[in-house]
Design a protein. Structure first.
Length: 380
């Protein structure tokens, strides 16, 4: 099988020749620059050949030689920037910061490993200010410039093409624009304002996907959406608020994407304990759940497969990244990988990846133990 055939079979709930493997196929299945340098050194490769493609999380493009060496099945398309915006990282208090296309300030504090939101441009804004705000133009052709050639190359080489969003989803972006406390208060005390803000963010998402499908639609296999909906022990908001605010908008977005390309698979990334939300997510048209945070409450992989395995593909969940991958022994990593494959792989509907990105404290020996266990236990 080609890589694309392998993943598509899994997505159609068929058993391919082996469990498909994703590394660097999304902003949630990548690898931090420090972990990548250590991995390259471990593999005997040059450690100075890397490009950071996600500034916030400090994720790197995994070199094609490494992707092929590890038999990775996915290839990622990342959007460009709108005209007139350029990434400018400036020093501040021993750290550094930048302002993104939405006007959100992101800061990496002194000694930090990532950029966190620190400046919320709509923190003091009223509802009337939403119309006057300088929103980015998500229909700008510059965003898709040069992507068609790359997508065509991946398709011609038999790879599955995944396409990322330009920023987080309409729900989580609300927190970054308003500030966390403000947006929680909006949802509870001023729902009309919260709805207006989410509708604007949803409108921008739809503009973006209209552009991407018009430019590279022939090559898009998987659409990567994100809205973090849960924390370690449960959803961030009540099921009532989820069904009022999130579910109908997500359903509208998914229907819009399916209208653009009916056979595109929709992947929704949400960290945390989302078990109780999955039935509603499936009703919105979600095809794939990522990252399957196995350490969160209610996210037991055997239970998830039994309850939802016929209706959704689990993408991730291959090894716990909170404890096992960074701090376990290589044997513990192997045992974890075997367990997750045994739970999630039967009948297809599973793509292997670590639970979220490989973080800087993960030893390369554990990364290779993960990969070697996949090769051993991931055959159908």
């Amino acid at each position: 099988m080609t890589s694309r055939e392998r993943v598509l079979n899994a997505l159609k709930h068929k058993e391919p020749d082996r469990v498909p493997f994703d590394l660097n196929g999304s902003l949630c299945s990548g690898i931090h620059v420090l972990a990548y340098k250590n991995l390259l050194s471990h593999l005997g490769l040059k450690t100075d050949r890397f490009v950071i493609h996600d500034t916030l999380q400090q994720l790197v493009w995994v070199d094609e030689e490494v992707l092929q060496k590890l038999a990775v099945d996915t290839r990622l398309i990342m959007p460009g920037s709108p005209s007139g915006w350029k990434l400018e990282i400036r020093p501040k208090d021993g750290g550094e910061f930048f302002v993104d296309t939405y006007g959100i300030t992101w800061t990496r504090h002194a000694g930090g490993l990532y950029f966190d939101p620190t400046g919320y441009p709509l923190a003091q804004a009223g509802r009337e200010d939403l119309q006057k705000y300088p929103w980015p133009d998500m229909s700008d052709p510059a965003i898709a410039q040069g992507l068609k050639e790359r997508a065509r190359l991946w398709r011609e080489n038999g790879r599955l093409v995944t396409v990322e969003r330009p920023i987080g989803g309409f729900f989580e972006v609300g927190f970054w624009l308003r500030g966390y406390e403000n947006f929680y208060c909006d949802l509870a005390g001023d729902p009309d304002y919260a709805a207006a803000l989410m509708d604007k963010c949803l409108e921008l998402e739809m503009e973006y996907w209209r552009l991407m499908f018009s430019e590279i639609g022939d090559y898009i296999d998987v659409v990567l959406l994100a809205n973090d909906l849960a924390a370690q022990n449960g959803p961030l908001i009540s099921l009532e608020l989820f069904r009022k605010h999130i579910k109908p908008r997500l359903k509208r977005l998914n229907a819009f994407i399916k209208k653009l390309k009916s056979d595109a698979f929709i992947s929704l990334h949400s960290c945390g304990a989302i078990h109780d939300l999955i039935p509603d997510l499936l009703e919105t048209g979600v095809d794939i759940i990522n990252p399957v945070q196995v350490s969160a409450a209610g996210m037991d992989t055997r239970r998830l497969k039994k309850e939802f395995g016929r209706d959704v593909t689990f993408w991730g969940g291959g090894v716990d990244t909170q404890e096992i991958l960074p701090r376990g022994s290589p044997q513990q990593v192997r045992d974890e990988v075997r367990r997750r494959i045994e739970d999630l792989a039967p009948g297809g509907g599973y793509v292997f990846a670590a639970v979220h990105n490989i973080q800087p404290d993960v030893p390369p020996q554990n990364i290779m133990a993960m990969w070697e266990a996949l090769q051993e236990f991931g055959k159908y």
